[in-house]
Ligand binder design. Structure first.
Ligand code: ATP
Ligand code: MG
Length: 416
């Protein structure tokens, strides 16, 4: 797609350089959340100036950026200022209107492209893309049906009993398990669709998962691709709780298949930037060959946060490199790691009273790396930060992770 057409045109933007107009090399990001904050940190460490477009006055990324343009994501004046300030622009969340990326791309390199973000924004298009890639990637998605009209609902009720029990997912705007309803019967399906407001959905067959994993791929304007080894993820209540990143976290053959599939999906998209592809591991002997592609995120991902502390280049470093047209060095993981997500619950005790987490004890544990995102209010389910544990070997990392999880009352480590 855009990558081929832009490959020739993309001249590297070197950190610290000054362009013809006398402007210091500046990278921009749409969205002010924690992913934007970690992008800004990585860009600044290399020597870039940064600009964040984000309406919230106290956003994680806006607070640490050189420039904070405080407008809505589709404000023409805000977007004009962003493209005036920045030599290249990315997005930190996939629900930015694709049209906005298209507008910015008329004046500046934008990665990932509006076309690719548009696909990732819509489960129906995303699954169609996975199906189109299946021959090359060797991995297909869970059996599903599209429900956009009452007639389609009736057809699915009448003809697709194989999809039940299943999960009805809105085509757009789902994250952290939101916009999803589990259904067992045709009647529950109809009720769930009504509950979701009759919007475009997919009904996906509920699969017997034995594990979940994800792969982070970085691809440059010139088509160069590098990736991190697959990480194993544990979700609690539909939200990522724990990421296991060490040798032996997954059966090796499965890990290789997941890596190859993710790279193939990025290539098919002509993707530029960092892409995360999430997979389900299903019980052996199933019709799916053990691996099913779930969804993709057109940006760095929560499951890749361990790369900040356990690898010689993080997912955010590679995002900066890819955007600016710098070389993409293959990342090397130097330590086994476990990442624990810190949701708002950590700031409340068992009687729902606010509390300060016991950082004194947590930070005295060896190999702990605390990342808080600068959010002002802790709320249940809100991603406030994460804690990565690195160490000399897997057993010691697991032992420290258990102790940290105990001190902070974190879930999800029972499957260590
Ligand atoms: P994210 O925060 O990753 O964007 P999301 O809200 O888009 O999440 P999914 O990744 O589709 O949602 O699903 C959330 C979780 O629900 C999955 O990680 C998995 O644990 C479970 N799940 C989703 N679909 C299925 C399925 N077909 N079979 C079994 N479990 C599923
Ligand atoms: Mg998901």
């Amino acid at each position: 797609m855009n990558a081929a057409s832009n490959a020739e045109a993309m001249t590297p933007i070197f950190p610290g350089s000054v362009d013809a107009a006398g402007q210091r090399a500046t990278l921009g990001v749409l969205g002010g959340g924690q992913l934007g904050r970690m992008f800004v940190h990585a860009a600044q460490r290399l020597g870039y100036f940064t600009a964040v477009l984000e309406p919230d006055a106290h956003s994680p990324a806006g607070l640490v950026s050189h420039h904070h343009i405080q407008t809505t994501y589709d404000d023409p004046a805000g977007l004009a200022q962003l493209s005036q300030l920045c030599q290249a622009i990315t997005t930190e969340f996939e629900n930015v209107p694709a049209q906005v990326l298209q507008t910015l791309a008329q004046t500046r390199p934008v990665a990932p492209s509006a076309a690719v973000v548009g696909i990732a924004q819509n489960r129906i298009e995303e699954k169609a893309h996975f199906a189109a890639c299946a021959a090359g990637s060797g991995v297909s998605c869970a059996p599903y049906a599209v429900i956009e009209t009452p007639a389609q609902l009736q057809a699915v009720q009448a003809e697709r009993a194989d999809l039940l029990p299943g999960i009805l997912k809105t085509a757009r705007l789902g994250y952290d398990g939101k916009g999803q309803v589990r259904v067992r019967t045709a009647a529950e399906l109809a009720a769930a669709w009504a509950e979701l407001g009759g919007v475009a959905c997919v009904l996906e067959k509920m699969l017997p998962l034995t594990a979940e994993c994800s792969v982070l791929v970085a691809r440059g304007w010139d088509g160069q691709v590098v990736s991190f080894a697959p990480q194993r993820n544990v979700h609690v209540n539909g939200i990522l709780a724990v990421t296991h990143a060490y040798e032996g976290n997954l059966p090796p053959a499965l890990a290789t298949r997941a890596s190859d599939a993710a790279v193939s999906i990025a290539q098919h998209l002509g993707y530029v930037g960092v892409l995360c592809v999430e997979f389900f591991v299903v019980a052996d002997g199933s019709a799916h060959g053990g691996l099913v592609v779930n969804e993709m995120a057109p940006r760095p991902h929560n499951s890749g946060h361990y790369t900040l502390d356990a690898c010689d280049a993080s997912q955010f470093d590679l995002q900066v490199h890819a955007l600016a047209g710098l070389p993409l060095p293959p990342p090397r993981q130097h330590s086994p790691a476990i990442m624990l997500n810190l949701l708002g619950e950590v700031w409340f005790n068992a009687s729902s009273q606010p509390r300060e987490p016991d950082w004194q004890s947590v930070l005295s544990l060896p190999g702990t790396h605390l990342h808080l995102y600068g959010k002002l209010d802790a709320r249940a389910g809100r991603k406030m930060g994460h804690l990565t544990i690195t160490g000399p070997d897997v057993d010691s990392v697991k032992a420290v992770a258990r102790r940290a999880a105990g001190l902070l009352n974190l879930p999800g480590l029972d499957v260590l």
